[in-house]
Write a protein that binds this ligand. Sequence first.
Ligand SMILES: [Zn+2]
Length: 452
Amino acid sequence: MKKLISLLFLLPILISAQHEETIKKIYDESLSNGHVYENLRYLCKEIGNRLSGSPEAAAAVEYTKQLMESYGFDTVYLQPVMVPHWVRGKKEVVRAINSDKHGTFEMNALALGNSVGTGPEGILGDVIEVSGIDEVNELGKKVEGKIVFYNGEMDPTIINTFGAYGGAVIQRSSGASEAAKYGAKAIIIRSVTNRQDDIPHTGSLRYKALINQIPAVAISTNDADKLSAILKEQKLNVYIETHCQILPDVLSYNVIGELRGSEFADEIIAVGGHLDSWDVGEGAHDDGSGCMQAVEAVRLFKTLGIKPKRTLRAVMWMNEENGLRGGQEYARVAKEKGEKHIAALESDSGGFQPLGFSMSGNENQKTKVRAWKDYFLPYRVWDFTQNGGGADIGPLSQQGTLLIGLRPSTQRYFIYHHTPADVFEAVDRRELELGAASMAAMIYLIDREGLN
Ligand SMILES: [Zn+2]
């Protein structure tokens, strides 16, 4: 009897020691024999950027499918989804005309994703600067016939830069329709970044129904400051020429690779990122990193011989950037098939040093995960306080799935986000590997402990 009591007392300690040991193996393997960095290199350098509907996006689907097959995952398959097909066309022109101090000059610009083009005739107009949508509403009809220049900045005092991004990005997502409501003929936005430089940042906009669709471009922060300084001195005409257009939807795929659970196969744990990227740069941080980390997390199970009790799925969602069709379709099919996702973990905040996990779910689920924090502290992963999961896994929340986001350091993400600078070389090998290991460790704990 005494023996039994001491055994019962010891059991949790033994289990936790086993978890510590397995997690150490996961990090060791990722940091000494990891594949994630070389796989990201292939995705970035051999395939390159991969906007939904592009041939590169199709190549990325094929590559990740073959990659997971080569690792011997139990099942690898494609889930069809129709995606939007926006194309940028010929390089855009944003040109200030005859300014007193700088004469006529070109600005560093990118058309916003999903925006209509001006066509070859371009648009010439008087520019009016605003700090945000509120100011457009105050000006009302005074913006009629003008080009509205949104110059709101990301708030540098917000430490989590995603918070500052959230505050400024509304100019990009909604600014065009808000200005078009009063008859503006185009918009220019200050790139949504906290870095002062010459690199323009694209990203998607959404037109409101029944409002005239007007062209929209982003200019670099240096150009935004220059334009703003000129407008304080004089009236200025700017010429905008963009050749973007929306083509018919294209058949594409979410890519799914699975290790089947040995005990609770019908309980699914999804881990992933989005396979599409913007059509500039190489989509390295956004979100090649997250995809390759998800594949690596499942590969680590395979390589280390950790047999999952529950079913693990690496998922590459398609079309996060300009539609979210992949995430929506994934959740729809899961519901239709009656699949039970107990948790979904997304990495879509760049391949930087992991610092924690955010969560969105019920209190019981969150409390359970927060209790595992000590397992991560040796790896300097400590922040389990934030809310939120990820865009692609968001639609699963209706099914009661615990949503988890990998939270790396946010300080440098918006240097690269949606720009030509988001290339493989911007990703640090060790930071990327730490992120992959952290994801594997998290799904390992969910797999072993469950979330009930
Ligand atoms: Zn992303």
